[in-house]
Design a protein around this ligand. Structure first.
Ligand code: G6P
Ligand code: ZN
Length: 543
């Protein structure tokens, strides 16, 4: 077999977003589209000669074809070894774990996360660096620049590799190891959590449901929860990864994981409910009768993490993305550790984790993680919750209530206006930015604006500056509204409005969320003139 150079012309639209290049499958199926992007990534890995690369994805439609293409391009570009998950599968956190453990220069991870899959669904390609984390903006910018200048790519003409069989083979002198996608990850989890205590808890009748939403975490959850920890068979539902996620929208929130949500709010609720997304990095936690917001989950995990062996020494610090509620800040203050506020996107946690400034971090978008890998990690969050439940002996719902009683409660909701016109979305954000200076001190809908700004982040490790990350407005009544445009959509623009209000009085901890936040929601609509500018009277999704 030999490798060849194939002439190609650039596509203008291969700009990576919040989390890699994400487009509809038909876009990726255009001639040379995948090849161009993979070659552009590889051109931005200077030390590739003889190096190790990791390849894998969430198993969605088109996953396997792209794995085969990436393998052949890697072989033609001089890599020494590729580690690829069996059947082309690797959850995002497992890919991060494998990159770190095997000293790879990076990984090509195929996923459109929680977006629907299938021939008309979404697909994505992202690059993670040698620390196992999403490439920083400087690298994604370089990749984008390369895609605009590309004139040819190099590819081996070897036949497709059998990805079903674990073992070692070769393409044009490059070693290919097809690995068990679960093994390294499961071993890492064993070092962090008290598997013995968890096994005892399950043996004594603790019941849970884990809904894998027919996405990649099924095999991981089955191997760890049902296999290693002895949870009852059937604990993991929708556990077979499917190319179209069995028609599921693999986003673990009360809307898309409604079966789990309903079970947990019904008479047969088990002790604990959890779900994960398409590529396994997000999580949803539901206690019996009580949905735990991702922001609250992060705060509760931060308060109790020391109960798990991997975090027994305490936390160096914590971080949250800017639109995530301020609940974790209150825990950090009590623990007397640093709390950081970063822009949306997991990559912004990377430097803080690498520098040892934080141990735990999380986002309102259902991502929670720690320094064990450089991605958010759905199953890890579930195991940390379980470890805390085992260590405290408290039911999950009691743990949440005790947390509110101690720290107060940050009522929280997010309103998404999906697929709105991009021009209108930009006009709305520009309008808000223009108002920022005049807002402080104004009274609107019964609330008084305390401060308003457009979030700007200075990375304290490398000094890089990221501008215009969302408009935030805080109120004297301890409420906050944040507006930003999504960076992960594949059609039009999505406006996200994040609304929260803090309550600490003991008789105000269990009010209906809509009652507490209603007035703030009304102010959010008025302040940004949402209906007039977007033509939408109501958001498309409320979580
Ligand atoms: C991906 C990233 C997350 C980020 C989320 C935001 O899932 O991995 O770190 O929070 O996108 O998406 P958005 O659509 O709000 O830009
Ligand atoms: Zn994801």
């Amino acid at each position: 077999m030999a490798s060849k150079r194939v002439p190609t012309s650039p596509y203008p639209d291969q700009k990576p977003g919040t989390s890699g290049l994400r487009k509809k499958v038909p876009v990726f199926r255009q001639p040379h589209y995948v090849q161009n992007f993979v070659q552009a990534i590889i051109d931005c890995i200077p030390d590739r000669k003889g190096a190790t690369l990791v390849i894998g994805g969430d198993g969605r439609f088109f996953n396997e074809q792209v794995v085969q293409i990436a393998l052949k391009i890697a072989a033609a570009n001089g890599f020494g070894r590729v580690l690829v998950g069996q059947n082309g599968l690797l959850s995002t956190p497992a890919a991060s774990c494998v990159i770190r453990k095997h000293g790879a220069v990076g990984g090509i991870v195929l996923s459109a996360s929680h977006n629907p899959g299938g021939p008309e669904g979404d697909f994505g390609i992202k690059f993670n660096g040698s620390n196992g984390g999403p490439a920083p903006e400087s690298v994604t910018e370089a990749i984008f620049a390369r895609t605009k200048a590309i004139g040819d790519y190099r590819i081996s003409d070897a036949p497709d590799l059998d990805l079903g069989r674990i073992g070692t083979s070769e393409i044009d002198g490059m070693t290919v190891e097809v690995i068990d996608p679960v093994a390294d990850y499961a071993e890492l989890m064993r070092t962090l959590f008290d598997f013995e205590a968890l096994s005892k808890m399950f043996a004594s009748g603790f019941r849970m449901r884990f809904d894998a939403l027919s996405a990649v975490t099924g095999p991981y959850a089955k191997a760890i929860l049902e296999g290693a920890l002895g949870a009852a068979p059937g604990t993991v539902v929708n556990g077979e990864p499917k190319p179209d996620f069995g028609g599921h929208h693999p986003d673990p929130n009360p809307v898309h994981a409604h079966e789990l949500f309903e079970l947990m709010h019904g008479p047969d609720a088990p002790d604990f409910g959890a779900a994960s997304d398409g590529d396994g990095d997000r999580n949803m936690i539901v206690a019996p009768g009580l949905f735990v917001t991702p922001s609250d989950s992060l705060a509760i995990l931060a308060a109790h993490a020391h109960r798990a062996p991997g975090y027994a020494a305490g936390l160096a610090g914590v971080a949250r993305s800017m639109p995530t509620s301020r609940a974790v800040d209150r825990v950090a203050a009590a623990l007397k550790i640093e709390a950081f506020e970063t822009p949306t996107g997991w990559k912004f946690f990377g430097n803080l984790l690498d520098a040892g400034r934080i141990t735990l971090c999380g986002e309102e978008s259902a991502g929670t993680g720690s320094n064990h890998v450089r991605e958010k990690d759905g199953l890890w969050a579930v195991l940390l919750w379980l470890n805390i439940l085992a260590a405290t002996g408290k039911p999950a719902q009691e743990l949440v209530r005790a947390h509110w009683a101690e720290f107060g409660r940050d009522y929280y909701t997010r309103h998404d206006y999906e697929e709105i016109d991009s021009g209108a979305a930009n006009r709305l954000m520009d309008g808000l930015r223009a108002k920022i200076g005049s807002l402080p001190g104004t009274r609107i809908g019964g609330l008084t604006v305390k401060a308003a700004d457009d979030f700007r982040y200075v990375d304290l490790v490398d000094g890089s500056v990221t501008e215009a990350q969302g408009v935030r407005v805080t109120f004297a009544e301890d409420a906050r509204i944040v507006y930003r445009l999504s960076g992960t959509g594949t059609a039009g623009a999505t406006l996200r409005v994040y609304i929260e209000r803090y309550e600490a009085a003991p008789d105000r901890l269990e009010l209906p969320v809509a009652d507490v936040l209603g007035p703030v929601v009304a102010v959010a609509r008025e302040l940004a003139d949402i209906e007039a500018i977007t033509g939408r009277a109501e958001p498309s999704v409320v979580t």
